[in-house]
Design a protein around this ligand. Structure first.
Ligand code: G4P
Length: 292
């Protein structure tokens, strides 16, 4: 899997991206980092803290419609304990987006108060979105832009081409997100990104990936997974998950000539159903959990 990620993020590409983000960062007062609520560890960029230095930041746990609700609450508490404001959002439906502007105001209150103390009336704050590919950056920006039609253009001193949206009385957002890279040297991170469909399947061994997903699901035992495939307790005790994939293929009637099961079709179907939460709202990574 590291091979695949190198295709997306060769060093030259990374340097260019880093430079782009650094120049956008100069224009903003705070950063909103979008991560995937199902994989809050693997969907974070390892270098972001260094890149944004001491700018205030807020975390958006996106795709919370597909993540376990209790786990998402635990993640929000986990980030709060580290002094980071985090909110759960669903950029497909727009749920949770109304919490965004108040949360940004909260993280910037210190700066706002400082400027007010200097005599500035209603100082304008600017924020940008960052996140790894497929995490929902465009979905977020489109939803916010629809809710807040007024565009701010031709601001003096701001690079031509940058567009800003007013998202609250004193808050503007840059319409171009910063695209970050994931921690691509870590095999488990690569797997978890692939489970959620954040990386392209064409360059992965789909059956191997399905087997790894089954290793995880066998342990977690989500009710929807068990009922959807009509699994017995003994099925979940199968040690070799490739055998479990065969059981699932058979239960779904995925056979090839000669009575053999079609494990490739079963693997594609399993991953598809996981990715659209048909197997339940499943969070793969828990706070303080070791990646396994
Ligand atoms: P990016 O800019 O960070 O690369 O991500 P983008 O917004 O393109 O979102 C990637 C995929 O994730 C899209 O699906 C998008 O609809 C989906 N998505 C984004 N936010 C959410 C969310 O909160 N919940 C759910 N369930 N899905 C979300 P797609 O299959 O690529 O396109 P489509 O299904 O929208 O056509």
């Amino acid at each position: 899997m590291s091979e695949m990620q190198n295709i997306q993020w060769f060093p030259g590409h990374m340097t260019k991206t880093k430079r782009q983000i650094q120049s956008s960062l100069k224009l903003v007062d705070a950063v909103a980092e979008i991560i995937d609520a199902r994989i809050p560890i693997s969907s974070r960029n390892p270098d972001l803290a260094k890149l944004i230095q001491n700018k205030p930041r807020i975390i958006l746990l996106n795709k919370c419609d597909m993540a376990n609700q209790t786990a998402t609450k635990m993640w929000i508490d986990h980030f709060e304990k580290q002094g980071i404001t985090a909110i759960a959002v669903d950029c497909k439906s727009g749920r949770g987006l109304n919490k965004f502007a108040p949360a940004v105001n909260k993280v910037m209150s210190e700066r706002i108060n400082r400027l007010k103390a200097k005599g500035m009336v209603n100082p304008m704050m600017r924020i940008m979105i960052v996140g790894i590919p497929n995490v929902g950056k465009s979905s977020f920006i489109n939803k916010i832009a629809k809710q807040n039609r007024a565009k701010v253009e031709d601001r003096p001193g701001v690079t031509r081409g940058n567009q800003w949206f007013t998202i609250a009385k004193n808050l503007e957002m840059l319409d171009t997100p910063g695209v970050l890279w994931p921690k691509f040297n870590d095999k488990i991170v690569g797997e978890h990104l692939a489970f959620t469909g954040a990386v392209k399947d064409q360059i992965l061994d789909i059956e191997l990936l399905a087997v790894r997903l089954l290793d995880f699901l066998k342990e977690l035992k989500p009710a929807d997974f068990i009922s959807r495939f009509k699994l017995e307790e003994t099925d979940l005790d199968i040690i070799d998950s490739y055998e479990l994939l065969k059981v699932i293929a058979r239960k779904r009637g995925m056979l090839v000539s000669g009575g053999e099961v079609n494990t490739e079709r079963a693997a594609i179907m399993l991953l598809d159903e996981f990715r659209c939460a048909k197997l339940g709202r499943i969070t793969v990574e828990m706070p303080n959990g070791e990646l396994k």
